[in-house]
Write a protein that binds this ligand. Structure first.
Ligand SMILES: *Cc1c(COP(=O)(O)O)cnc(C)c1O
Length: 385
């Protein structure tokens, strides 16, 4: 009977208008109707990526697009750097190792970001690096890497391509792909893009296309050149996720109605600050520093004396609010509070109120109402700007 209040860092809630858009009658992907939908929609996604390049659509999860980015740009035996600050960075390492690249892993402890100084130091002794791979927003820890600064290091100190996994933040975090010098930027539908899983979006720089044209690749379905050829005709090489593209068009409507992507990004920043100030007021720990905190997901330490899984299960069973647990060694130690996509300050106030209810149930020492008050203060200050 009660609705599930989904506060995971993906999948995330789907707006009613997007649901309705996705329930339109099916159309063929070899029609003028589809060509118009594809062209209009992908053009409207460009500001979300901060690019003038075409947006390519794969009927897949984000991982397939990350794999495509790897296999289309680097050959077995070539040198690459993978920056990893958590579970998703490690997946990028695995993809690169699977294809036989010579991986130089720049690894940071979970909960920390990679800074430009660290990347610069790491690159110094290396040569002939073909690509640097990085996760923009590390979903396992709630870290937002300083991607603009990392891009600058790669651009000025190497000839490598800079390939970015933006899966859990594009749509909720700033992205200036062209201005920053990102060569491939990837995202997925089910995180900040307000869609169900099953659609991956990516964009590719001219420099990366040159590399892609020049290499022999063991890929058929993920051969990006065929996506480019078909996109020129307003289509995709195989059957696309047509309903999800109809939904994506409605997502673009919503973002444009909010005032454009910069306003959507500002809302995520506000929600991040509300969550963090509330947790501080409740004396609940945060995994990351404010400086590198993600605008889309906050990793919250389990309340003292409690196992995170017990707290998550209690909140779900009793209050129907659904947070995600920790991954890897953070399992049981943190819960992950997703605040991305179709999520608003009012949802944050609701979630904090229910967290406080849970703290009362477990007789945790805290001042009732302190979290809500702190979040409201942040919220009201933003209204009066
Ligand atoms: C969710 C996620 C992925 C994987 O996307 P799938 O759609 O599950 O394949 C990759 N990277 C990051 C940062 C993610 O958050």
């Amino acid at each position: 009977m009660y609705p599930n209040i989904l506060r995971h860092p993906g999948p995330t809630p789907i707006p009613k208008r997007v649901q309705l858009a996705m329930s339109q009658d099916m159309i063929s992907h070899r029609t003028d109707e589809f060509v118009q939908l594809f062209r209009e929609t992908t053009n409207r996604v460009k500001p979300i990526f901060g690019t003038k390049q075409d947006i390519l659509l794969l009927p897949s999860g984000g991982t397939a697009a990350l794999e495509a980015a790897a296999v289309n740009t680097v050959s077995p035996g070539e040198e690459v750097v993978v920056i990893t600050v958590g579970a998703f960075g490690n997946y990028f390492v695995s993809i690169c190792e699977k294809y036989g690249f010579n991986v130089h892993k720049l690894e940071k402890p979970w909960g920390e970001a990679c800074t430009e100084e660290e990347l610069s130091e790491f690159l110094k002794p290396l040569s002939n690096i073909k690509a640097v791979f990085v996760t923009y927003n590390e979903t396992s820890t709630g870290i937002l890497n300083p991607i603009d600064k990392l891009a600058e290091v790669v651009r000025t100190e190497t000839d490598a391509l800079f390939i970015v996994d933006g899966v859990s933040c594009i749509g909720g975090a700033p992205a200036e792909m062209d201005a920053w010098g990102i060569d491939i930027l990837v995202t997925g539908s089910q995180k900040a893009m307000m869609l169900p899983p099953g659609l991956a979006l990516l964009s590719i720089s001219d420099r990366a296309w040159k590399v892609i044209e020049g290499i022999q690749k063991p890929a058929y379905y993920l051969d990006l050149l065929s996506y480019r050829d078909w996109a020129a005709k307003g289509m995709t090489p195989n059957t696309p996720a047509i309903s999800l593209i109809m939904g994506l068009s409605a997502v673009c409507d919503l973002i444009e109605e909010e005032g454009g992507i910069s306003q959507t990004v500002a809302r995520h920043e506000l929600m991040k600050n509300m969550v963090r100030e509330a947790m501080k007021a409740l004396s609940i720990g945060l995994l990351t520093s404010d400086e590198f905190a993600s605008p889309t997901i906050t990793a919250v330490l389990a309340p003292k004396g409690l196992e995170a899984g017990t707290f998550i299960k209690h909140l779900k069973d009793k209050y129907h609010i659904d947070f995600a647990g920790g991954l890897g060694h953070l399992q049981g130690k943190i819960f992950r509070f997703g605040h991305m996509g179709y999520c608003f300050p009012s949802d944050i106030l609701e979630a904090i109120s229910l967290i406080e209810a849970g703290l009362q149930d477990f007789s945790c020492p805290f001042e009732p109402g302190a979290g809500i008050l702190a979040a409201q203060k942040v919220f009201l200050a933003a209204q009066h700007k």
